[in-house]
Structures are given as C-alpha cells and as structure tokens.
Design a binder for this molecule. Structure first.
Ligand SMILES: [Zn+2]
Length: 73
C-alpha cells in the first residue's frame, strides 16, 4: 500500500507528516530527507522541530515560497 499523499507542499524547508493507514502511527519527514515514525502528533513534531539542530534549509531558498502540487490535477 502506498502512503504517498495525493497533494503536498514541496520546497527546501517543508516538514511533512503523514498518517500510516491501519496504524496509530505518524511518519514525519524532515526537509533533509530524514524520516521518523512516531506514536502521535506531539512526538512526531517534537522530533521534526528538534531534528534540524545543526542543519538548516539552504540559505538561498529562504525566500522561496513552498508550492502546492497536486497529483493528477
Ligand atoms: Zn533534517
């Protein structure tokens, strides 16, 4: 089963959280590509917001607006 969202923001500073169907778990994806699976929203957001310690989105991209893209639209 694929868990890819049908619509999502893209960009260098985007943090993504998706629910894993059939479970009580959430998968958080950092802008650097690191992935963490958590039992709840507090845990996943704590990890996402703490994970970027030591790394930031590319400075050149700080003024780039995230773009909402849709699949099959
Ligand atoms: Zn990261």
């Amino acid at each position: 089963m694929t868990i890819e969202p049908t619509r999502m923001l893209t960009g260098p500073g985007v943090l993504r959280v998706v629910w894993l169907p059939g479970s009580d778990q959430l998968q958080g994806t950092c802008h650097c590509g690191a992935v963490h699976i958590a039992e709840g929203p507090v845990e996943v957001w704590d990890w996402l917001l703490a994970h970027p310690v030591g790394h930031e989105p590319p400075p050149a991209a700080t003024h780039v607006q995230p773009v909402l893209v849709g699949a099959g639209v």
